[in-house]
Design a protein around this ligand. Sequence first.
Ligand SMILES: [Zn+2]
Length: 145
Amino acid sequence: MNKIILPKHVNAVKNAKNNLLYVSEVNFSDLPRIQEYAISNDDVLQVKINFFSKGTRNHHLTIEINGVFNIQCQRCNEYFSKTIEHSNTLKIVPQSQVVSIKEDEVEMNEENMLNLLDLIEDEIILEIGVFPYHPKDICNTITES
Ligand SMILES: [Zn+2]
């Protein structure tokens, strides 16, 4: 199987104009914000990022992340597996000067570059939460009375 090493930064507008598709894998050791919850850095997620344009000025990307992630519940400290099947389409926007970006947008840096690992990490956090934990009904936390 061909494994493409994801470039850290890509020229998002150029990629969109060229309809570029990245198919790769990420390892949790590449994702510093999530790494602390992961049990094993050997867990691997499949990532697909497809850049595309609508017209000459509207650039977008679709990102798909799939895999199983073994994490530590931040509520009861037990380990559990979470299947991630995430897909999102984002509009690529220039770095904003004043306001924060919208939920369906991704911001480039001042050189019109996009950090792919940051993007992947943001999307995984959307899926698992900033503090990942079990679904409530199976969490082992004992409620104190
Ligand atoms: Zn739990």
